[in-house]
Design a protein around this ligand. Structure first.
Ligand SMILES: Nc1ncnc2c1ncn2[C@@H]1O[C@H](COP(=O)(O)OP(=O)(O)OP(=O)(O)O)[C@@H](O)[C@H]1O
Ligand SMILES: [Mg+2]
Length: 361
């Protein structure tokens, strides 16, 4: 398996930017292990795409792939959907039903938007992960299951734990190998290859022969903040392809809202944020130092991981540390949750979910 890809054509995943390549490397690293994976990222960044990629590259690739969107199923139905029920277990439970967890036996179970799972079911899920057993609703005996679990979230589970909206014990159970998908606006190197790839896909689906993108259109896409990330880009290109008269997609065909176009330096056009409260230092060098120190802290001092978190080459990080040696000194804030064992530490050294809500810049 090549680790130096910039796109994975077989799986249709575009990863030209260093940060996406590092996501793919992490996915490759973990795919063959039975380890639970936690994928963080804003909506539309490609969490499901990466989850499928992990399954397809795992030893379970030929086995079942079962995806459950915890946010889409009403609370009162989710339990029997996940765990199944025995005949007559409750009013309306006519026939016995095999739950989605059981369906995923020997395969992979994707728990999409796990943050939306009610607390009561979180306790039941914890039992599945700990004991590898499920209890059907109304069942007499537990049933053994062997599932590889992948969870996604676009909310900060850490913050939810603090607010007692998510069980801490479940959080530590699933936060074994976290991978964070960067928002599209933070990986400009992906915009052009993604645009070409998605345009080809859309053209094939729409039965269009020729299409091309005007230079100005690409420039505009680079300035746009993409709050809906890759999904938004895909939809926007499909619309543009339908709109265009002569097969050449011009800026007007993109139909971008002026309000969402970033100011000069579009990359940094975040939604209104509190990352920089009034009076916060804006000196770029100082911010860079803060980011490096924080990355080293999160990576437990591991420079390879820290470089990955920062989206830069290890060599670049080394050079920066050589320029400012004090950065390499261990931070006073090196704390880890007590429940995370050293074995897990290696894995959790990757981007934590905090990044979704406290991106340094
Ligand atoms: N790197 C990529 N290369 C090619 N296509 C991508 C890539 N990332 C995302 N996509 C496409 O963008 C769309 C959104 O991706 P996906 O459904 O995986 O996002 P998500 O993070 O799961 O979103 P949500 O949080 O809304 O569920 C899909 O059509 C997917 O095929
Ligand atoms: Mg998804």
């Amino acid at each position: 398996m090549s680790r130096e890809r910039n796109s994975s054509s077989a799986s249709g995943i575009i990863a030209a930017s260093e940060s996406m390549r590092s996501v793919l490397r992490a996915a490759d690293d973990v795919a063959m292990a039975p380890t639970t994976v936690l994928l963080f990222g804003e909506s539309g960044t490609g969490k499901e795409v990466i989850a499928r990629y992990i399954h397809n590259h795992s030893l379970r690739a030929e086995r079942s792939w079962v995806a459950v969107n915890c946010a889409a199923i009403p609370d009162d139905l989710l339990e029997s959907e996940l765990f199944g029920h025995e005949r007559g277990a409750f009013t309306g439970a006519g026939e016995r039903r095999t739950g989605r967890i059981e369906q995923a036996h020997l395969g992979t179970l994707l728990l999409d938007e796990i943050s939306e799972m009610p607390l009561r079911l979180q306790a039941k899920l914890l039992r599945v992960l700990q004991e590898r057993e499920i209890d059907r609703v109304g069942g007499q005996r537990p049933i053994s299951v062997d599932v590889r679990v992948i969870c996604t979230s676009n909310r900060s589970l850490e913050a939810m734990v603090a607010e007692k909206l998510f069980r801490a014990d479940l959080y530590y159970r699933i936060n074994v190998f976290p991978i964070t998908l960067p928002p599209l606006r933070r990986r400009p190197d992906d915009i052009e290859p993604l645009t070409r790839h998605l345009l080809d896909e859309a053209a094939a689906a729409l039965g269009r022969q020729t299409h091309d993108l005007a230079k100005e259109s690409l420039e505009l896409l680079h300035k746009y903040a993409f709050p809906g990330n890759v999904r938004e880009l895909r939809n926007l290109l499909e619309r543009a392809l339908i709109r265009t008269k002569n097969g050449l997609i011009g800026p007007a065909d993109l139909g971008l809202e002026l309000g969402t176009i970033a100011a000069p330096g579009g990359l940094f056009a975040e939604p209104p944020s509190n990352h920089f409260p009034d009076g916060a230092p804006l000196d770029l060098t100082a911010l860079e130092h803060l980011a490096i120190a924080e990355a080293l802290r999160r990576a437990g001092g591991n420079r390879t991981h820290a470089a990955r978190l920062l989206g830069i080459a290890l060599r670049t990080l080394r050079n920066k540390l050589r320029e400012t040696p004090t950065l390499a000194q261990p931070s006073r804030h090196l704390v880890r949750p007590a429940e995370v064992t050293p074995e897990h530490e290696n894995f959790s050294a990757q981007l934590s979910q905090e990044d979704l809500h406290h991106e340094t810049f």
